[in-house]
Design a protein around this ligand. Sequence first.
Ligand code: HAM
Length: 462
Amino acid sequence: MPKKQKTKKHPLKKFIRRAKPRAPRPAAESAEKPKRTFNLLRGMHDVLPREEKYRKPLYQSALELADFFQFSRIETPIMEEAGLFIRSIGRGTDIVDKEMYVFEDRDGNKICLRPENTAAIARAYIMHGMWNMPLPTKLWYWGPMFRYDRPQAGRYRQFYQVGYETLGDGGPAVDAELILIAYNFCQDAGVPVEIHLNSIGTPEERKNYKTALVDYYRAKRGYLCDDCKARLHKNPLRLLDCKNEKCQPVKDEAPQITDWLGEESKSHFMKVLEYLDELTVPYTLRHTLVRGLDYYTRTVFEIYPSLTGEAGAQSALGGGGRYDLLVEEMGGKPTPAAGFSIGIERMVAAIRAFNEANGLRPPAPKYDLYLAQLGDSARQSALRLLNVLRKSGLKVSFNLSKNSLKSQLESANSLQVPYALIIGQKEVQDNTAVIRDMESGTQEIVDQRKIDNILKKKLGKM
Ligand code: HAM
């Protein structure tokens, strides 16, 4: 007689046997303790799937511009030593004095969430000896920045920036190339913009200008807001940033920095303007534009939507300029550099405002066909076919959770695809599929193995 085979015990059997059925919770107890839900931190926001139709084209355009203008992607950490930003952006600026997220880590190091990325890029440039590579070094980035700002429209505590930085070339063509990239980025997004432009010269030129500015403002002290009275001592260039109505007449008559520029700075700026004229990039000279970060030298610029109304009056979409001394000040070799960054949330808001004003909608994604299936085995074939179609470069829409052919064809209709591919039980058995021409309604049965080539031929993709 054959031996009776011992059945192997399930390793969890003893636990299964011992487990006692759990007593149901008394209804009153669960009613008394509602589960806590969590909210976002103030000034933070979720980037929801509905934003994708705006952000994805922006990302694609950023990538294309980087490829075309030969910028390589750099990703620096979102946390850095706080001193990096304090030294580069400068004390007395809003970012350093009021807006940095600074904390101590468990080892007592003073850390901050990056408020911007230029200083971090200068740090990486020095640390990785990038000057040993062919110059100039052209880097681009896309990522979150953090500023403890007062939340309001277009002002968040976490926001995304795309940025481009060129290190190792002090020529005016670099400034023009960067402004051209910024301008193209906005044009690709369909947002009409204008560039506000100024030159703030070298530190020596600025020093003389600051003396003249302080002398002028001191004489008008009585007409200034309290903030400006403080700026007069703390950071006189910030006087030109003041948005307070009370200070505007004083600001309008203030000495202009371009009158304090030396020959070299002047001719650099003139050359930038010449290049921009040649490129037909629209710009406006703004003698009060000084930027809110201390590392700039010579050319500075900001990008504004040229929209009317509230959307037009909003703050800058982006900004940048030259920072010829930053790398050296941070311990590197003398390295002239320039760059800019654009805020993604503000770009999305500008696209929305522009679309709304012009009755436009963001373009819907385009598909080559819709794949519809009926029943379990058809779903299995559909999955296999999806993979074949993807590899042959076709864009397919589908919904494997749907069972009714009617509703799947309705989806195909609303997506305005030229063809639907239908697989039912019979097609699975015959290894075929039905191609339906969505416009004429005609159908043909084709061999599943040839389906990719047949569809590519029909779509003119062969
Ligand atoms: P920024 O002007 O401080 O420059 O910021 C650039 C852009 O980031 C702004 O124009 C805006 O679109 C966006 N942005 C700034 N703060 C916020 C906020 N709180 N909420 C939403 N968006 C914001 C810089 O960051 C420099 N690193 C630019 C640069 C690059 N200069 C040379 N290279």
